[in-house]
Write a new protein. Structure first.
Length: 295
């Protein structure tokens, strides 16, 4: 059954959130001095979302490990995403190695034999790496080869139509799963999130599988075949729900309903954007493969 109170909060948030998000993603005005290159509002927003998601996760983790130095992960993720923003990125293998050192240092200095040093290190390291990969993938959407897969429109508010297409498809998948599951869902398929049903999962997948090819027809680069939209719809239909399940697994582990209450009716950044964070690297890999072997 649909919770009308929560639905109302979601709709109110969407009424102002969608136009604002559209403007941020498509804005072509750099917000840093020219000497630093071009840094767009959408790129800043992507980094900001990752930092907020990091805050939500660390807040949940800190409940189990009250004595901690988890703030080190903020320094790391801000530093390395910041380098990517200004085009001075370090090879990922070195960046992750530095994170490994910091996580080990945190566990040794703040942990003790009774709080499980390996457990705390594993929980911190795996989550921060995931968020970092998601952040890098979102930033890469503003670069090649991703940009070459979509048409370029002269209208300022359509400058990043490819990013709009992906986020729209992900959110439609989430909404399709929510409404179909709420109205007709009867068969539960996982203990990770008892409210998720087979009917809802199929509904979300079909919405993405239909919406993405339609968007590709109008917005995709005609250089590439029509079935690119179908493949993207398939990948989004799977990865968006996988990301949602991953966030549900995290919340179930920490025994919380929502990652936070930052977004009325939606919960936190992880609750609302977890599916986007998982889909971004999935599609990033897909576009890399196509560019590498098809061109």
């Amino acid at each position: 059954m649909i919770n009308t109170r929560e639905l109302g909060k979601r709709l109110i948030f969407c009424a102002w959130g969608i136009p604002l998000g559209w403007w941020i993603i498509n804005s072509t005005t750099s917000i840093v001095p020219k000497s630093l290159g071009s840094v767009l509002p959408g790129q800043i927003a992507a980094v900001f979302l990752i930092i907020l998601a990091c805050y939500e996760y660390i807040k949940m983790l800190a409940v189990s490990f009250k004595r901690n130095g988890f703030w080190l992960s903020y320094l790391w993720i801000v530093a390395f995403l910041g380098l990517d923003l200004v085009g001075q990125s370090m090879p990922m293998k070195f960046a992750i190695f530095i994170l490994l050192i910091l996580v080990a240092f945190e566990a040794i200095l703040w942990g003790d034999k009774n709080t499980g040093r390996w457990k705390r290190a594993s929980l911190l390291f795996s989550a921060i790496v995931f968020l970092y990969i998601a952040g890098i993938s979102l930033l890469n959407f503003y670069q090649e080869p991703f940009q070459s897969f979509f048409k370029h429109f002269s209208q300022p508010m359509l400058s990043q139509i490819g990013i709009i297409m992906i986020i729209l498809s992900v959110f439609l998948c989430d909404s399709g799963a929510y409404f179909v599951g709420s109205l007709w869902g009867k068969h539960r398929y996982t203990t990770i999130s008892p409210n998720k049903t087979i009917e809802g999962s199929i509904g979300g997948f079909l919405v993405a599988f239909i919406a993405c090819p339609l968007c590709w027809h109008y917005w995709g680069n005609p250089k590439y075949p029509w079935f690119m939209g179908l493949i993207m719809g398939f990948l989004i239909g799977i990865s968006a729900q996988a990301g949602d399940l991953l966030v549900s697994l995290i919340k179930r582990y920490f025994k919380v309903k929502n990652a936070s209450e930052l977004i009325p009716g939606h919960g936190g950044i992880l609750d609302r954007f977890g599916s986007v964070f998982f889909t971004a690297p999935t599609l990033g890999l897909f576009f890399w493969i196509v560019n590498k072997f098809v061109g």
